[in-house]
Design a protein around this ligand. Structure first.
Ligand code: FES
Length: 279
């Protein structure tokens, strides 16, 4: 017949082994490219194993009640105390203890990885939020990855562009528009940021980050479909209606090798929702 204590110990050890496996999975997912689903599954398994192990330990290995506290006499006879002592001092078993140590150790190590991200991995959040993939000389490409020549944007049209090699980074999306150069009234210092009336703005609305996608050509306005903020294309995309309080950041442009459009630098200010700028 199976010893019930041995069976419980094996169950507890298995639960803590799940914690170890989950922690290892989380660590591997982190090292292999920050796969968030695997990372979450790893930590879920680790904590579920820990919870199951403790629950089994409490339910199966610790002394079970019910216990009745007699008022008289207050002190148990020596024989009863001697008989009960082993129950409290009985070791829970070496296997569960070892696996608990391993589980807590593995979980602690896996928990160090997020700390590493904060301390040494990549730019600080402030830098990451303030910059995009645009740099001086980076070519503008369309959604198929094709470089964009000025002829690709006839007057009155709009084109969504990305920095070459970064079509998957949403914060770098920009809108390319072609307006009459003589009508432009840009903020001082931006006279050379356009190429023959071709002008580029961040596509992320400065209210809550929706993509600004509607172009009212006659009025030269851009409209955000989320809460109807309206931006004046000719005047540096300053907001003229709606909840957005900040202009769409403008991307400086120039002609690069081969006659294609390239950026002359990054956006001069953070793109997207502006709430965190006050922090
Ligand atoms: S997100 Fe554009 S107006 Fe609200």
């Amino acid at each position: 017949m199976t010893d019930p204590q041995r069976g419980a110990e094996r169950g507890i050890a298995t639960a803590f082994a799940v914690t170890v496996a989950g922690a290892v999975l989380a660590a591997v997912a982190y090292m292999a490219g920050h796969d968030r689903l695997l990372l979450a599954l790893g930590f879920c398994a680790a904590f579920a194993g820990l919870a199951a192990g403790f629950t089994l330990w409490a339910a199966r290995l610790l002394p079970q009640g019910p216990y009745v506290g007699e008022r008289e006499p207050m002190r148990s006879p020596p024989q009863e105390r001697q008989a009960l002592e082993p129950e409290f001092e009985r070791p829970a078993g070496r296997l569960p203890r070892r696996m608990l140590t391993a589980a807590l150790g593995a979980l602690g190590l896996a928990g160090l990885f997020p700390l590493r991200s904060l301390l040494v991995h990549g730019p600080s959040p402030a830098v990451a939020l303030a910059t995009t993939a645009w740099r001086d000389g980076v070519r503008l490409v369309d959604q198929d990855g094709q470089p964009v020549r000025p002829e690709r944007v006839p007057p009155g049209t709009m084109l969504t562009v990305f920095p070459e090699g970064h079509r998957d980074t949403g914060d770098s999306m920009a809108l390319l528009l072609h307006v009459e150069p003589a009508r432009l009234d840009l903020p001082a210092g931006r006279e050379r940021w356009t190429v023959g009336g071709i002008i580029a703005y961040s596509k992320l609305c400065t209210h809550a980050g929706c993509p600004v996608g509607q172009y009212m050509r006659p009025q030269e306005r851009l409209v955000c479909p989320c809460h109807q903020s309206v931006f004046d294309v000719l005047r540096g995309a300053e907001p003229v209606f709606g909840p957005a309080a900040r202009s769409l950041p403008q991307l400086p442009l120039r002609i690069g090798p081969g006659g294609v459009l390239v950026a002359a630098g990054d956006f001069p200010e953070p793109v997207g929702a502006g709430y965190w700028r006050t922090m």
